[in-house]
Design a protein around this ligand. Structure first.
Ligand code: GDP
Length: 327
């Protein structure tokens, strides 16, 4: 029987790369999309438009994550062997503005899915997209799978709840449920309200004379930024491992927002100082500090390693924006 996977959040950055990875491995892929999703502009348009793939190897189902009955029905019908739960409200800054719906979409929805999986026959394996935001202001640097949670945002709290629930369901009910604790991961498909994409896009737009300035928040904020394509490989490897375990996926290296600015503007041959303005609108009520991951366990047990350098990633993202805007 062909491998069968189901992805929540299939139209997002990670969902789209994971779909390509699984299709490439011969999987049949089912995706759950929100009723309000506009598929015509989605990152998977090239696959939906391909009649050899869409409706044959790739299928979509409409359901909202607060609709347990519909989710249960879809899962019972599809009977996936692997479930990748990537959906949720994923913007940290926005989670300060809409904390209740962030917790509903990110925390409660994960619990709902675990409850459904618990009742399914066939014991599907489940990957939950956890986040470095669970560590918030961590007591140890770098963080690993044993580092205590100390989230600093509503998003981090929601992810901490969901991550711990996955552990509880694994221990209490024997589910093959795993957390991938991923650090920031970017690509040309990153949402435009994330800082990497915002900077690369602005550098390209200023170069082409389409914009005049780039308004940012905290330029000193540091993160462990990697390539989304490496991280979806980690998701797949997590579910191929013999036992259900949690893994940290990270590059192990710090960079600042200023480093992205410098790399993106260098790529287009401009001096960023002439174009950057800071505005407190983009400052967050609280920032995590010293978030950098130790991926040693993923390397040891899964053979996983980040393959792209920070500079190569920012270069690719900036060139992609130049190409898209020039069109
Ligand atoms: P996050 O780590 O998931 O919140 O990813 P983001 O890309 O949204 O933000 C990364 C860091 O960039 C955070 O510390 C932000 O405070 C900082 N930052 C500085 N200026 C901006 C901005 O204009 N937009 C966003 N999204 N983040 C910014």
């Amino acid at each position: 029987m062909a491998d069968l996977a189901l992805i929540t959040g299939i139209t997002g950055q990670d969902g789209s790369y994971l779909t390509e990875l699984l299709l490439g491995k011969g999987y049949t892929v089912h995706g759950i999309v929100r009723r309000t999703s506009t598929l015509s502009r989605s990152r998977l348009k090239h696959l939906f438009d391909n009649p050899a793939i869409y409706g044959r190897q790739l299928f979509l189902h409409y359901a909202d994550l607060d609709d347990a009955t519909t989710l249960r029905r879809i899962l019972a019908k599809v009977r996936p062997q692997e479930i990748y739960h990537l959906a949720g409200q994923s913007h940290v800054g926005l989670s300060f503005e809409i904390p209740e719906s962030t917790c509903e979409m990110t925390a409660t929805a994960t619990l709902r899915l675990l409850e459904i999986i618990r009742d399914l026959p066939g014991s599907p394996r489940c990957y939950h997209a956890s986040s470095s935001e669970v560590f918030g202001n961590p007591a140890q640097v770098p963080q690993d799978e044993e580092t205590p949670f100390n989230p600093a945002s509503p998003y981090g709290c929601a992810k901490a709840f969901a991550t711990q629930m996955v552990r509880v369901y694994r221990q209490a009910f024997g589910l093959f449920a795993c957390n991938g604790i991923t650090y920031n991961h970017e690509s040309p498909r990153r949402g435009e309200n994330f800082v990497s994409r915002k900077i690369c896009r602005a550098a390209a737009a200023i170069k082409l004379g389409l914009e005049k300035e780039l308004v940012l928040g905290d330029l000193t904020a540091q993160r462990d930024w990697g390539d989304a394509r490496d991280y979806v490989r980690g998701m797949w490897l997590t579910l191929q491992h013999g036992t259900p375990e949690d893994f940290v996926f990270a590059t192990g290296q710090f960079h600042s927002v200023q480093d992205i600015v410098s790399a993106a503007f260098a790529e287009v041959g401009l001096n960023p100082e002439s174009y950057i303005r800071q505005d407190c609108r983009f400052l967050r009520p609280a920032e995590p500090h010293r978030l950098v991951g130790n991926p040693a366990k993923a390397k040891r047990l899964l053979g996983w390693e980040a393959s792209t350098t920070f500079d190569a990633l920012i270069r690719e993202m900036t060139l992609a924006e130049l190409t898209a805007l020039a069109r």
